[in-house]
Design a protein around this ligand. Sequence first.
Ligand SMILES: [Zn+2]
Length: 443
Amino acid sequence: MNPKTFIQVIVFCLFLPINAMGWTNHATLAYPIFFSFPEVKNASSIKVETIEHFLKTEQKGLVRLLYDEDVWAKKNIYAYPHSLERIKFRDNILSSELKTRFLMAIRVNPYSRLVPYIQILNSDDKKNNTILNWQDVSLIKSDYKYLDIKPGEIISAFEILTTACDEPDNGLDIGVWEDNNTEFGKIYGFGNQPFGNPKLEYSSQAPFHMGFFHESDIIYLMASFIKKTYVEYRIHLYQSLAKYAFETGHKYWGFRFMGWGMHYVQDLTQPYHSTLLPGISVPSMLWINLLDNIAIRSPKNDALQLVTNRHLAIENYQYNLLKEAIENYLLNHNLTKALGDSTNDSQYVEFTNLTPRNVISKKSNSYANETDKILERCLPKRLVSEPSYIFEKTEPDINVLSEIRKNEPEAEKILEELLIKLLVPAGAHSRNYFRSILPSAQK
Ligand SMILES: [Zn+2]
């Protein structure tokens, strides 16, 4: 391939209009996954501890843990840059700076709130607690219902875990790259954002929430930067922090860190997060790039817009279906029942450092083209086959579930089966991740 075409392919990937969310609202996934799971259901209630108290008590141990994590990541994660001296966690940090210095040491957005809170999915729960503004909890606008929890308050493991599963989408990984125009991105040492548009705040989290581990050799050869994803780094880091917190008696932070790590495990079960361009073959990709190269741009722009629309459409459908199922049927809906069914968890061997790459994303990647075809066939045409349609902009309040019921009722069954197929592994891997942290949990 000539150098000009080579550059075009890079540009093609670089400005993927990435939706970096993964499944929409992971609390709606964790809710049915753990609703009946004995180790969560029967766990004794837990006293809420502030992050400052946890860090102050465990400062020394965390210095060691984060050092070991850095060594592990350097050895195991492609293009992982060592943590830099100036942001390392130390045992002589002033109490007032502990939270910010910890967030910087793990290289997440240092403005992350980390207040005690829970996300409520069932409006009957905890009616007496104050409702928080999204700004108290998240760096990203959200319509979810967050309740204020006071340090020392007693809450359940289920509440901590379901809430924490969605927390990484509250902005933890935003702005951490050198070209994101943030003061911390400049000193974290991650370099420039490998793909997605660095000017779009939300796309900056994409390389942490996606993993393109199963693309063709030619794509890796031409665009090796797509290998630069740090999803495994986050999964391992939060697994280690959770284990440490449990071992040292900080159950609240044990479950909260566990939920953070689980988020990334679940993201990899989304085919649009484990596959560069579902539904577009490598020859097609090269062909539309070639056209782009001779200034015929619409095939490329159209293809990217359709992938984005389908990506967003399946997550919109997933969210609305799970929300409705949790509110109205709890575990008596096919999808929530499937998510909560742990009888087949043991078909996977124990969760190891290679599970995210070799098992989870491999499976979802293998479903990518089929998923894309089903969406194309079953969803209303304008949502998935018209490139002039910008999902959630053309119709800001679009509800794919209602659309399907109104216009394509026969498609509902097919889509429900698709979601079950994609999400059953999310249930099993979430529980196996749980067991990797608390090995006494039963299979
Ligand atoms: Zn995510």
